[in-house]
Design a protein around this ligand. Structure first.
Ligand SMILES: *Cc1c(COP(=O)(O)O)cnc(C)c1O
Length: 358
């Protein structure tokens, strides 16, 4: 039997991916021009399905990139003149902060130790910062920012651009995109596709800022500047030859999730997370790494393993269940478990039973 990948990314492929790749190839998706009608049609289908699945407001643009990591760099180049504020609680949010520094911006961070969430009352954003970088789900530590906190933080600084990393939140956890100037993700996490495509959901304010920077003679990048992306997206195209097969696939998978039912998918995500956290509580070896239940991720769950994680990872692997090791310094102390739409109730139940018995 094929193993189930409960890894946090790349992860289990959504069950329809293989058939869509086959269909795409038989429709010559790998050979069609990215300047032709067939591509424009699939670009449109993908953006429409994503808008419906994630409840994206009509005034937001969707831009395609190669990864979420690329989007960090593009955001700084396009939208930040001098100074940006970062919320940091783990490796991914920390990396974005470092990108801002590397690109010569004044980066200010509010940092809490891995495993902790943010207390809004303790966050003080300096007036000089033009943008706030938040993270909805920190994959390295399994910490989530409650969606009401994401909204409250954005609403309390209306004059600043608000960026949100939603890489491992999407599509089961869906923030209010009307309050976020740029939310971004890549497809190898919750969407259940192979890696190689990043998506940014961008407000008019971000595009205006990019245009202003360009007019001021500042660097906004070349082919992936927001003005270039906007210009081409207006005719359902991209500045460079994109990953056409993956844009096609993303549209199809989003369509399948809509058919399955977005609400049903979100309810099941909560149900599966409860199952897994309950199992950690029952296990003698495992315990949730995130102490505050309000900050525990429901999409990437992290457990501390009393005896070290390698033996547990190996034992689960023998039974066809692949989980991630801890991230960075926690490599041998934690396991990380993905709870994405590709993970069925049945498969998750089996994993939960096994964990409870550890
Ligand atoms: C995986 C991940 C990223 C980076 O995504 P890439 O597609 O590898 O660039 C960024 N943020 C979070 C929270 C992630 O989990």
């Amino acid at each position: 039997m094929k193993p189930t990948y409960f890894t946090v990314g790349p992860s289990m492929l959504y069950p329809t991916v293989a058939a869509h790749i086959q269909n795409g190839l038989s429709q010559d998706i790998g050979s069609i021009s990215h300047r032709g009608k067939a591509f424009e049609k699939l670009f449109q289908e993908t953006t429409e399905n994503l808008r419906a699945l994630l409840n994206i407001p009509a005034d937001r643009r969707l831009f395609f990139f190669s990864s979420a990591t690329e989007i960090w760099e593009r955001l700084i180049e396009n939208c930040v003149d001098e100074s940006i504020f970062h919320l940091v609680n783990g490796s991914f949010s920390g990396k974005f902060f470092e990108f801002s520094q590397t690109l010569g911006r004044k980066a200010v961070k509010h940092e809490v130790a891995p495993g902790n969430g943010f207390d809004l009352r303790e966050i003080a954003v300096p007036g000089e910062c033009e943008a706030i970088a938040a993270i909805v789900n920190e994959t390295s530590s399994g910490v989530s920012m409650p969606l009401e906190d994401v909204s409250a933080l954005a609403l309390s600084h209306p004059e600043k651009l608000f960026f949100a990393d939603v890489v491992t939140a999407v599509p089961a956890v869906s923030p209010d995109y009307s309050l976020i100037d740029c939310a971004y993700f890549s497809v190898q996490k919750g969407i259940g596709m192979p890696a190689g495509l990043g998506v940014a959901i961008v407000s008019e304010r971000c595009i205006e800022k990019s245009k202003q920077r360009k007019a001021d003679g500042k660097i906004t990048g070349t082919y992936h500047s927001f003005s270039q992306l906007e210009k081409f997206a207006a005719t359902q195209q991209t500045p460079a030859t994109p990953n056409v097969l993956f844009i096609y696939l993303l549209g199809k998978v989003a369509g399948d999730m809509l058919t399955y039912g977005a609400e049903k998918m979100r309810n099941e995500t909560r149900q599966k997370a409860e199952m897994l956290y309950r199992a950690m509580d029952q296990s003698a070896l495992l315990s949730p790494f995130v102490v505050n239940p309000a900050h525990r991720s429901i999409t990437t769950l992290v457990a501390s393993v009393k005896t070290g994680s390698p033996a547990v990872i190996e034992a689960l692997k023998k039974e066809g269940m692949i989980v991630s090791s801890g991230y960075g310094p926690f490599k041998e102390q934690h396991i990380r478990i993905a709870n994405f739409p590709a993970h069925t109730l049945e498969a998750t139940h089996t994993l939960a039973q096994r964990i409870a018995a550890l």
